[in-house]
Design a protein around this ligand. Structure first.
Ligand SMILES: C[S@@+](CC[C@H](N)C(=O)[O-])C[C@H]1O[C@@H](n2cnc3c(N)ncnc32)[C@H](O)[C@@H]1O
Length: 288
């Protein structure tokens, strides 16, 4: 577990803040609250704060496709969540919530129960900023946890979480930072402790990238850089085995988006020059 609020959570919120400044119709995702969590127009590269335009340039130069991946991932999950809520999901659990603002910016979520789960330091910082920028949010329960040492079953009590409800779990940008045991324990909780037809969307690092074998130098460099930070990457999956991976954990694969799918869906129509890093992919699964 990291000490202090998660830097990776701020980095992805930076990307959402920058993307949200693009003109309507040109932006891939829109998060009006992202900037509030960052306090000012600064971009984070690791622990360094730099002016935004410099930050975007540095990121495009040294981690090409990461900014584009972060915003495409947010949009993919927004679309999946909105569709699931329209389809009758009655509870949303945001695992490793960081500065995720869906509970506040997606109107349909104001009418249903949302549980935000994250490590305590990041969550305390988030709560303080939510109070300032958004105000009271009675539809949201905040549950602190460290996935690597605590169980979701212990953390999500009957007061905050309904085990029988058809639930949408989202786990955005988290699995790379926890170990295989914690990933398995979380998927087991989703399978065993949620209503039938519940949905989970999570993204993961390609195992080849984790092992330093990506053919993309920028990906290998990013993986090495994380190992010099408080948030090293620790977990990956072979994308060709994702169906088997989730099937062995009792979940039904229902959708999958690799880099080419995200590019086709979000960038080809308007932003032919933009493309996501091939380091990650997104999986959607259902509880039978
Ligand atoms: C890259 S950030 C993603 C944040 C958020 N989901 C988003 O997309 O904006 C990674 C998140 O995982 C959380 N995290 C990492 N390790 C964790 C652990 N062991 N237990 C609980 N949360 C953890 C961090 O606190 C952080 O919020």
């Amino acid at each position: 577990m990291t000490e202090g609020p998660s830097l990776s959570a701020r980095v992805v919120a930076s990307s959402r803040a920058i993307e949200s400044q693009q003109p309507v119709g040109m932006r891939v995702c829109s998060d009006p609250y992202a900037r509030c969590f960052l306090r000012g127009r600064l971009y984070l590269i690791g622990e360094a704060r730099v002016p935004e335009h410099v930050g975007v340039w540095l990121q495009r130069r040294f981690a090409p496709g990461f900014h584009d991946y972060f915003v495409a991932r947010t949009r993919f999950i927004d679309d999946a969540l909105t569709s699931a809520v329209g389809d009758g999901v009655t509870q949303v659990v945001i695992l490793g919530a960081g500065y995720d603002s869906r509970a506040y910016r997606i109107p349909a979520l104001r009418a249903i129960k949302v549980v935000e789960v994250d490590q305590p330091a990041t969550q305390q910082d988030k709560i303080a900023r939510v109070r300032v920028c958004i105000g009271e949010t009675p539809h949201v329960a905040f549950v602190p946890i460290d996935f690597t040492t605590q169980s979701l079953a212990g953390a999500l009590t009957a007061e905050t979480y309904d085990r029988t409800a058809r639930t949408f779990f989202l786990w955005e940008g988290v699995t790379p930072y926890i170990d295989a045991f914690a990933v398995d324990a979380t998927l087991a909780f989703i399978r065993e402790s949620s209503g039938s037809g519940s949905i989970a969307v999570f993204d993961y690092l390609d195992e080849e990238a984790l092992l330093g074998r990506s053919s993309h130098r920028a990906v290998t460099a990013w993986v090495s850089r994380t190992r010099r930070t408080r948030e090293p990457v620790r977990f990956g999956i072979d994308p060709s085995q994702i169906g088997k991976f989730v099937g062995e954990r009792g979940l039904k694969p229902t959708a999958h988006a690799a880099a080419a799918d995200l590019n086709e869906r979000y960038f080809k129509p308007f932003h032919g020059h933009r493309a996501v890093t091939p380091a990650f992919a997104i999986a959607q699964v259902q509880v039978p």
